[in-house]
Design a protein around this ligand. Sequence first.
Ligand SMILES: [Zn+2]
Length: 189
Amino acid sequence: MITILLDNGHGNDTPGKRSPIWPDGSQLLEWQFNRDIVTRTATILRKAGIPVECLVPESQDIALSERCRRANVFARRGDCLLISVHANAGGGSGGEIFTYPGARQSVVYAEVFGDTWGEHFPELRFRGCKEADFAILRGTLCPALLTESLFMDNPDDCKILLSEQGRERIARWHAASIEKILKQFFPGR
Ligand SMILES: [Zn+2]
């Protein structure tokens, strides 16, 4: 049995971490998007009978050290996989995934997410699995991935991030990738 730990980055008190205000008045707040994707993904996984823990039920930002502490309570009890959900910024388009430098099992799982991307976003590029020394990846005892689903500062990407249909696609990409990982690496779960 493996437990999926879902982390939703940032909080309603985090400065920045939002899209520009678009001409139609819409704006993406990343904390809200991350929480919505975690909720949607958890719903799909629970329907499939997969144990899920949402690490941050709060709306406000929770310190990364506390997020890691919460994750490690579960990671000490048994197999876990942590997914930290984010939207990207800084110019670009498409999806990418980060793992901690040298975390080989995390890379194996990240590649499953990468392989699954095209089934959900055939029109958008998967930019690859990359390494980064992020606190949520460094501080967790279990394999951990940080997903960046599209760019909130790209108008076309952000339209998808803001839409109901787009969010369902992003949640399904997460859930389908997790289900593939469980099938492939935890067949007896
Ligand atoms: Zn973020």
